[in-house]
Structure formats: C-alpha cells, structure tokens
Design a protein around this ligand. Sequence first.
Ligand code: AMP
Length: 287
Amino acid sequence: MEVVRSVAELRRRLLDWRTAGERVALVPTMGALHAGHVSLLSRGRETAGRLCATIFVNPRQFGPTEDFARYPRDEAGDLETMASAGTDLVFAPAIREVYPADFATEVRVTSELASILEGGARPGFFTGVATVVTKLLLQALPDLALFGEKDYQQLLVIRQLVRDLDIPVEVAGCPTVREADGLALSSRNRFLADQERRRAPALHAALGEGADALAGGADPAGVAAAGVSRLRDAGFDPVDYFEVRDAATLMPLPADWRSRGIAPRLLAAARLGGTRLIDNVGLAAGR
Ligand code: AMP
C-alpha cells in the first residue's frame, strides 16, 4: 500500500490505473477508523480493481464550538487497518495541501436538503463537507465513491452535488455498522463515559421502536414526539431532532405517503454529556 501526501502524486498514480483500464473506488474518511469504515473499504475492494482511501480531518466541517482539535487522530493505526482491508493507495494530505493560504471557493448545496436537520443544528457543516468531497472527487476522479448511510443526510447532499456539478462518479451508500447492542459505530463513541456508553444504545432503540410503530400504522408526528420523549427519558439532552421524513428528499411526509408508496426514514440527533450522536433507520416504502 502506498501513501501519498500531494494532489500531484495522487493524480499520477490514479492516471496510471485509469490508463490501464482499471476501475477505481474511493473511500473518503476522517481517520480514527472502525468497522464501519472497514465495511466501506471491503465493498470498494470487492467492486473495483483499485481501492483508494483518504484520511483528512476537514477543518471546514467543524463549527467554532465543535471538536476539531479534539477529533481522534491515529494515522499509524489507520494505515494498518487500510492495508489489511486491501487498500492500494492512501491520500493523507496536510491541511495546506487541501486549503492553500489563498483558498477562496466553497461548494454550497442551496436546497432545503442541506439546511434542515444536521444543516440546522450545525451551520456551515454541509458546505464544509460539500467543498471537501467535491475536491476529493475531482482530485481522484474515481469510478465509484463509497459513503455510509450512518450519515444519511450527508449521503443525499453528496448525491445532489455530484448530479448538479456533473461529476462523473457513481455514489454508493453502504449500510450502518453497529455494535451488538445497536449503537452505530462512530469515531466519537470513544468520548462516551461508561455511564453514557450504557445509555447510548437507546438512540437506535428509539428509532427502531419508531419504525415499528409506523409499520403498525402510527402517524409520523406521534412517532416523532414519542421518540423525543424516549430519548429525554434515557438521559439525552438536548435532543436536537427526532424526525420521520421522506427517505428520498428528507422533506416531511405528505398525508398520503402510505398510498403513494413513499419510503420513510427516521433520523435523530441528540447529546449525551459532551458527545453528540446521530443515527437513522429506514422502513420499506408505504408501510
Ligand atoms: P468519517 O470518518 O466519520 O467522516 O466517515 C467516513 C465514512 O464512513 C462516511 O461515509 C461515513 O458515513 C462512514 N461511516 C461512519 N460510521 C459508519 C458506520 N457505523 N457504518 C457505516 N459507515 C460509516
């Protein structure tokens, strides 16, 4: 496995592969890898001849009060994990390689999709994500880029920008990898104190109960309100949102969603002590 630090080296290597007719998969990460990242790498490994991964903690997607400085970093461990997962090439640039001192361009998805839910709770977050993902896609020009459904809204924002900017890449969403007790794997889970870690699976449990209630005929507003109460009772504070939305657009469900065969998605974000957790689950269309 090769590790490159500059866009020029990345391009050179990928150009060789493309010229040889090889299909290239890209897995962007912020490092601090866990089994969720490994699932993306494995899927990329299976579906493309060449697998490229990136490690870059993107300062532009952290708000002024967020945890950029504290975000976990373990490059040596990440490189071992990536090598074991069959990665051919890792792009791990310094901040100045991605954002030179005179950097002055942003990619902003202007539809409501990017201003609701995570976009509402974290102003600027999706512009930071859209800017860095656009750059990584244009730098690498992969055939396939893989992202996790764990960050479901982010996946939709990325699909939108890829369509809008005609970036020639196929975007694949991969299922959320969880601990045995349901907690979605996240680099931030390591910040949970023991007592918080014991409470954390309530987030997935509440989403699952909400999905079951919807499947049983409950109305989305009631399910959302019950979800907020359930999380507060479990010690989450504040609950940023617990919503039932159209899985394709993340807009509120219309009254006739069942007869129109619209698939719902339940999404929640809430804080346990100093750690903000997000999760989501889907439900088959019209249930
Ligand atoms: P991050 O390093 O947090 O930016 O995540 C890199 C990629 O891994 C993103 O596409 C995430 O959605 C994905 N990811 C993070 N956690 C999980 C998980 N538990 N299961 C599947 N994919 C995940």
